[in-house]
Design a protein. Structure first.
Length: 222
């Protein structure tokens, strides 16, 4: 191998390592930002706390995300991408309609319970009236395939005579979301009000079964 070829190979290797390091640093910042924003919201979150948690320097924040708002939008996009990617991996299109709908309901309940940062971030964003999500062009693009998949499942279920007709897929998804996370957003107050440990694993398991049965009964053809 000539000296020139060795130099070219070394430069390529250096660039490759540099890209991996940059990607790793960006992900560390993003993970730290999700944690900080989910705990303190946009206004209460501190960029220096994110820097400390990510073990990087302030310059990297502005290099990768421009400013605090850019970092917050990226954090929102990341948690939406996480749930949308996981939904796609369910492969609902290749299931029977009833099986697919039940799987989606169970997945949604489980995902919200296992990802409190998603619930907290979206709750906080609602306090901002969706101001930062409106900035994102990615979140609507990420979310539209799910509604289309649900639309096709509903049509197939109607054709098979197992689903009632005229169910709007967005209305249905909003219902699933509401049933899946209201008890998480209000777990402490509901537990104190009704003197029941709504946050316990046993209650959560019973909730999952109830939500699944409730939604599927609502879809059933009369």
């Amino acid at each position: 191998m000539t000296v020139q070829k060795k130099q070219v190979r070394q430069r390529r290797k250096t660039r490759s390592v540099g890209k991996r390091d940059a990607a790793r640093t960006r992900q560390q910042i993003l993970d730290a930002a999700i944690e900080e924003f989910s705990r303190h919201g946009f206004s209460g979150a501190r960029v220096d706390a994110i820097v400390a948690r990510a073990k990087c320097n302030m310059r990297m924040i502005y290099h990768h995300f421009r400013d605090k708002e850019g970092l917050y939008v990226a954090a929102l996009e990341a948690v939406y991408e996480e749930i949308r990617t996981a939904e796609q991996q369910l492969d609902l299109e290749h299931m029977k309609p009833a099986e697919a709908m039940q799987r989606l309901v169970e997945f949604t309940v489980d995902h919200f319970a296992a990802h409190p940062h998603f619930v907290r971030l979206t709750s906080t964003e609602n306090l901002h009236k969706g101001k930062f999500i409106k900035v994102s062009k990615r979140i609507p693009v990420l979310s539209s395939p799910l509604i289309e998949t649900m639309r096709q499942l509903l049509h197939r279920g109607e054709a098979d005579g197992i689903f009632c007709s005229g169910t709007d897929p967005l209305q249905l998804y909003v219902t699933i979301v509401a049933l899946s996370c209201h008890h998480l957003n209000n777990g402490y107050t509901l537990s104190a009000t009704f003197e029941a440990d709504i946050r316990s694993a046993a209650w959560q398991a019973a909730r999952k079964l109830h939500v699944s049965q409730f939604v599927m009964a609502g879809l059933k053809a009369r």
